[in-house]
Design a protein around this ligand. Structure first.
Ligand SMILES: NC(=O)c1ccc[n+]([C@@H]2O[C@H](COP(=O)([O-])OP(=O)(O)OC[C@H]3O[C@@H](n4cnc5c(N)ncnc54)[C@H](OP(=O)(O)O)[C@@H]3O)[C@@H](O)[C@H]2O)c1
Length: 208
């Protein structure tokens, strides 16, 4: 698939590396294509780097991997997201990881959908660390990747692209369920840092 990744940091880089390895056509949408970090990523992955607008316009799937505070600007720079599958990978973290700026009666994902009302938004790749996006394998067991959204086809694409990275994808329902997935991300962060478990942890949905 043609995938535009807006943001080439920890999350954007991990997703881009994995999808390029899986044979997808990845373009990083960045503010400065000459940035040495971006150039290194391009050299490593064989992906392209382009402006945010160009990466989004040529893509079937656009992944938003920007700090929450920059996401409205990133959506605006991306231009016409109408009809595109848009992955919201962000977490609306309050300063010092003290909590979330959205929750209970809305979510960052729903906010993104309001900024891009014709996009098919899926919340995904927010509930675990970028290290797990690079490698979701725990001794032969695939970490769970929860996702949610209102468009059935867009969610099927999300599940497939999560599986391509090695995750066990789990559909959590409509986009409103992002109100649950965003706090779940904060739980992962608290376990990793405040509780001292470190980043080599991941959620797993058990089945029988
Ligand atoms: N890190 C994790 O483990 C993790 C896990 C799950 C979810 N998340 C969420 O994923 C998002 C990205 O996190 P990250 O750790 O990857 O952040 P990061 O390493 O700081 O990378 C952020 C990227 O966004 C770009 N960016 C910033 N402002 C932008 C703008 N206005 N337009 C376009 N691009 C812009 C940055 O580019 P410049 O270099 O130009 O500033 C950078 O490439 C956050 O919302 C975070 O909460 C993170």
């Amino acid at each position: 698939m043609k995938i535009g990744i807006i943001g080439a940091g920890s999350v954007g880089g991990a997703l881009g590396r994995g999808w390029a390895r899986a044979g997808h056509e990845v373009t990083f949408g960045v503010r400065d294509t000459s940035d040495p970090k971006v150039q290194k990523l391009v050299a490593e992955t064989g992906a392209r780097a382009a402006s945010v607008a160009e990466a989004a316009s040529g893509a079937e799937v656009v992944a938003l991997a920007t700090p929450w505070g920059a996401t409205q600007d990133a959506v605006k720079s991306a231009g016409g997201l109408a009809g595109k599958v848009v992955f919201d990978c962000t977490n609306p973290l309050a300063p010092n990881l003290s909590g979330l700026t959205h929750g209970f009666d809305t979510s960052a994902a729903e906010q993104v959908a309001s900024w891009a009302p014709q996009a098919r938004v899926v919340k995904i790749f927010n509930t675990t660390g970028a290290n797990n996006m690079a490698n979701p394998d725990y001794s032969g067991v695939a970490a769970t990747m929860f996702y949610c959204g209102n468009d059935v086809e867009a969610k099927a694409t999300a599940g497939k692209l999560a599986a391509d990275l090695g995750f066990d994808p789990v559909d959590a329902g409509n986009l409103e369920q992002a109100r649950l997935l965003e706090p779940l991300a904060l739980l992962w962060i608290r376990l990793a840092y405040a509780q001292g478990l470190g980043r080599e942890i991941a959620f797993k949905l058990m089945r029988r």
